[in-house]
Structures are given as structure tokens and as C-alpha cells.
Design a protein around this ligand. Structure first.
Ligand code: ADP
Ligand code: ZN
Length: 511
């Protein structure tokens, strides 16, 4: 039998395995199950492609995105692998089924919806199977960020072929999600193989949003090379592209644009060495541009996993790259409202946890990389020397009293006013609106001194981020579940000393 190294060399043209590939391939070759958690770009495909070539029979690959499946087939074919995808757009499904039965295929890609049908199960009874690869395996877990019920239904199919090795693969799974994937897919704990997640060449920066166009221009002034600015909506991608052009070539990219425009903008970006793409998160998946020098987020990502994934599109060539996140309290308020109104009740607790973890990350005064890596189950050093908090450690300040006074004001004014009005009440400013509501008669009227007042907005932002305050559509603030701990139970609130507004002008020229 040819050795796996020989196949690696002869068929793939690679001189050696990368990272954990050898371990994963080894397990699969030995007929054992495995869950490989490997970052994007680390070569997951090879982990099932190679054993599919080396073992007898066909490797069955469960993959959730039909659009990507056909790309995966083409990529496998480029290594001389006999691959096909059985989808609703397959040209000749019958001949694919025949090829499978006749042992003429190395790899067959199929979506979970199809893999879980009786027809497919019968088809596999007539074929020899080399392995099952379950791609994007986090979809099987409700803890994962992209749960797909069809993944849950795969288990009976896998169990019909108990002797066939299962290889689950994902780039994004925190500890809890991994444990769940193992259970759901029937893989023993010793089958977990985790690659290092650190991207040491990426420098992380997180800033409160404070005049975004100015912040982005300051960033561009100190930053050469191509970059992506992720925006939360289609309109915003267009607005940002407009604001930045003149400064730098900048184009928008989102699903609402004509396919031809999208393709043109993407090609321009891939070819360019200094262009900025203002895009929704759909952009970047599957594009091959190793020299993206920076990724900026104009608003919060969906989760820490999403953040890692999206910033990971920077610096794939290993040269220094930057990740910038500009966040506002309203991002968290909006995300929390979405959870409470649009997410099914059973899934809300974990969605809240994910958002809280993200809030803790943006608010942190400690090493960003350490927080990210701990999230992925690693035990990194306390300090990386290559993130904003390591390079320029922020002073911290205990703002518990300010938070308590603000929460009292929210309570006394019956939980419906925005931060500007609350600040006026706390300052003892008896303006017309304060008088109109009789708020000059409240016990909280005028209880803050100017130093405390300067902290009201950062404190409100922090309370919103940790769900001690919630905001309605008009910015009216009310208590969230975290309020009581701070107001009554002696929990301290410590934040990084907010950057002074006067320093804003100095950020120009990059830092
Ligand atoms: P992932 O699915 O983990 O994002 P891919 O499987 O697409 O990553 O692989 C990323 C790139 O790395 C591909 O171009 C692939 O050909 C290349 N690659 C994979 N394994 C090796 C290796 N051992 N040596 C060199 N290049 C490799
Ligand atoms: Zn650090």
C-alpha cells in the first residue's frame, strides 16, 4: 500500500503535512472517528481527501452549502480526485449514483437534507464507503452559531455504518460546542484534535465608535494594503464605500447588488493592492486573497467565533495585519432586542451567553488575544504584546458609584428615558423637559459631580453591553437582568478609562 506521505507528495504535490493534518489523517486511516477543529485556511479538506484516496471505497462528505460544494468538487478534481456532488443542480444524478455503486468515485459531496433521506440511505447500502466527513460540524450543535436541524438527523445514517470512520471538521467551535459535537456524532473524547488558533501576525484593536468615518479615515491614513470593512447592513456598506472613496479606492459588496456588479467588485478587490471593500459578512467566504492587510468591523460581529473567523481573513500570507473593531452600545442593544423578539425561546439563553462573551471581549482591559484563545479552549500567556491592550495598557477605573446613580435615575424616572435626559437629571439641570416630568423633584436630581457626569455615557455603554440596562427603539433605558447585582448586591463595575474626546484629532496618522 502506498504510504500517506507518498500520496501527499505524488497526488497533492505537498512536501509535508501541516499542523495537525498528520494526526487527523492518521486516525482516519486507522479507522477511528475524529473531530478536527482547525482554523480556516489550515487545510481541512486534505484531511478527508487524502484518506478517501488511500482507503477502499468512496468518502462521503456532508457539506451544508450547495454553492461551495461545486467549488469543492472542482478543487478536488484539480488534484486528480474523482469527485462529484449530488445536489438538486447535479447534471446527471443517475450516473453519479452508478459511479458510486461501481466504486468509481473517491469523494461524493452531499447536503445534509439529502443525506438524511431513505433513498440516500439505501444508495449507501449498495456502495463501499471509505469514510464519512462531516464538514462544518458545528451545525450539529445548538451551542454552535449556525445550528441546522438536519445535521441532528445524520446520526442514524452514520450508525448504519458503524465500522466506517467519521471525521467531523469545523473551524469554529468553542469548548461547549465541541463537547456537544462529540456526543451528537458519537465520537469518543480522545478523537478530538484541535489545531492552534493563534494568528500571531494579526494585531487586534477594539474602540468605541466615535465618528466612524473619521475613525476609518484615520485608520486608512496609517495603513497601506488592501482591506475589508464589514458593515452591519447593505446601506451601510454603500455609505462607507462612498465616504472612503476619494481617500482610497473603495467599493461596496452585498447580496443586494447585481451578480455582475458583485463579481466585478470582487475581482477588483482580489487584484488590487490597496483597495477597500465595504461589505456585509457574506464577503470573504471562499475568496482567496492572502494579502488582505486589515479587516475592520463598523459594528459588532455576531459572536466571538464570527469575529475570529472574519478577522482571520486578514494576513493569511503571515505578514503583519490589523483587525479593528468599532462598537457602540446600540449594537448590543439591537442584538439583545433581536434575541428577545426573533429567536425561539429555547435558544435564547445560549444566544445571550454568546453576546455576553462578546461584550466582555470588547470591554476588556486585558489582552484581546488571550481572551480569544481562551474562548477556543487554549491556555495562552496573559499577554501577547500584539494587541491594543498589551501595547498600550489602558488604565482602569472603578465606576460602581456612577453606575448605581445612573441605575437609580433610570428607576426613579420609570425606565423610559434616554441617557441624555438621565444625565440632565443627574447633573441637576432643570431644563424644560426635566420640569415637564417633575424630575427636578426626584431624590436623584443633581447627585452627580462633573467628574462622574463625564463617565455617564461610557458607564451606560458598559451596562448595556452586559445586559444590566436595555434600550428600546428610541434609546429609552430600562433594567436588564444584570441591574440588581450592581445596584443592590455589591457587584463592582470596572471599565477601561475611556479615551478622551479631545484626543480624537490625534488618532490621525495611525497609531
Ligand atoms: P480550510 O478548509 O481549512 O479553510 P483548505 O482545505 O481550503 O483550508 O486549504 C487551504 C490551502 O492550503 C489550500 O490551498 C490547500 O491546497 C493548502 N494546503 C493544505 N494542506 C497543505 C499542505 N500540507 N502543504 C501545503 N499546502 C497545503
Ligand atoms: Zn495582547
Amino acid at each position: 500500500m502506498t504510504s500517506v506521505h507518498q500520496i501527499l507528495h505524488d497526488r497533492f504535490g505537498f512536501s509535508h503535512f501541516r499542523g495537525v493534518q498528520e494526526e487527523v489523517v492518521g486516525r482516519t486511516m486507522a479507522g477511528q472517528h475524529a473531530l478536527a477543529v482547525m482554523p480556516t485556511g489550515s487545510g481541512k479538506s486534505l484531511c478527508y481527501q487524502l484518506p478517501a484516496l488511500a482507503r477502499r471505497g468512496t468518502g462521503i462528505v456532508i457539506s451544508p452549502l450547495i454553492a461551495l460544494m461545486h467549488d469543492q468538487v472542482r478543487s478536488a478534481e484539480s488534484f486528480g480526485i474523482r469527485a462529484a456532488a449530488l445536489t438538486s443542480v447535479s447534471e446527471d444524478p443517475r450516473s453519479i449514483r452508478d459511479a458510486l455503486r461501481d466504486g468509481q468515485l473517491d469523494l461524493l459531496y452531499v447536503a445534509p437534507e439529502r443525506a438524511t433521506t431513505d433513498g440516500f440511505s439505501r444508495l449507501l447500502q449498495e456502495a463501499e464507503i471509505a469514510l464519512f466527513a462531516i464538514d462544518e460540524a458545528h451545525c450539529v450543535s445548538e451551542w454552535g452559531h449556525d445550528f441546522r436541524p438536519d445535521y441532528r438527523l445524520l446520526r442514524p445514517l452514520l450508525d448504519q455504518h458503524r465500522d466506517v470512520p467519521r471525521l467531523a471538521l469545523t473551524a469554529t467551535a468553542d469548548r461547549r460546542t465541541r463537547a456537544d459535537i462529540l456526543v451528537q456524532l458519537g465520537i469518543s473524547e480522545d478523537g478530538l484534535v484541535v489545531a492552534g488558533f493563534d494568528r500571531p501576525n494579526i494585531r487586534y484593536h477594539v474602540r468605541p465608535r466615535d465618528g466612524l468615518p473619521g475613525q476609518l479615515k484615520a485608520l486608512l491614513a496609517g495603513q497601506s494594503g488592501a482591506g475589508i470593512v464589514y458593515a452591519p447592513s447593505r446601506d451601510k456598506t454603500e455609505r462607507i464605500a462612498e465616504q472612503l472613496s476619494g481617500f482610497r479606492k473603495a467599493l461596496p459588496y452585498h447580496a443586494g447588488l447585481d451578480a455582475s456588479v458583485r463579481a466585478r467588485n470582487q475581482q477588483a478587490f482580489v487584484a488590487s493592492e490597496d483597495m477597500v471593500m465595504a461589505a456585509t459578512i457574506a464577503f470573504g467566504m471562499g475568496i482567496d486573497k492572502p494579502d488582505v492587510r486589515f479587516v475592520a468591523h463598523a459594528g459588532i460581529p455576531k459572536s466571538i467565533e464570527a469575529y475570529y473567523q472574519e478577522t482571520g481573513r486578514a494576513g493569511r500570507d503571515g505578514d503583519p495585519a490589523e483587525a479593528w473593531l468599532f462598537w457602540g452600545a446600540e449594537d448590543f442593544a439591537r442584538a439583545r432586542r433581536r434575541i428577545e423578539t426573533e429567536v425561539e425561546a429555547e435558544r435564547r439563553p445560549q444566544e445571550r451567553d454568546r453576546l455576553n462573551a462578546l461584550a466582555a471581549f470588547v470591554e476588556a482591559a486585558t489582552c484581546r488575544r488571550a481572551i480569544l484563545l481562551r474562548h477556543f479552549g487554549e491556555e495562552p500567556p496573559e499577554s501577547c504584546g500584539n494587541c491594543d491592550n498589551c501595547i498600550d495598557p489602558p488604565a482602569t477605573i472603578d465606576v460602581t458609584t456612577v453606575a448605581q446613580k445612573l441605575l437609580s435615575a433610570v428607576f426613579r424616572t420609570e425606565m423610559r428615558f434616554g441617557v441624555a435626559h438621565l444625565a440632565a437629571v443627574l447633573a441637576g439641570d432643570d431644563n424644560e423637559k426635566v420640569r415637564q416630568f417633575g424630575h427636578h423633584n426626584l431624590s436623584v436630581f443633581g447627585i452627580m459631580d462633573p467628574d462622574e457626569l463625564a463617565l455617564v455615557r461610557p458607564v451606560a455603554r458598559s451596562l448595556l453591553a452586559r445586559d444590566a440596562l436595555r434600550a428600546d427603539d428610541y434609546g429609552g433605558l430600562s433594567f436588564g437582568p444584570g441591574a440588581k447585582a450592581i445596584l443592590k448586591d455589591g457587584e463592582r463595575l470596572v471599565i477601561a478609562v475611556p479615551p478622551k474626546r479631545a484626543r480624537r484629532g490625534r488618532t490621525r496618522g495611525g497609531q
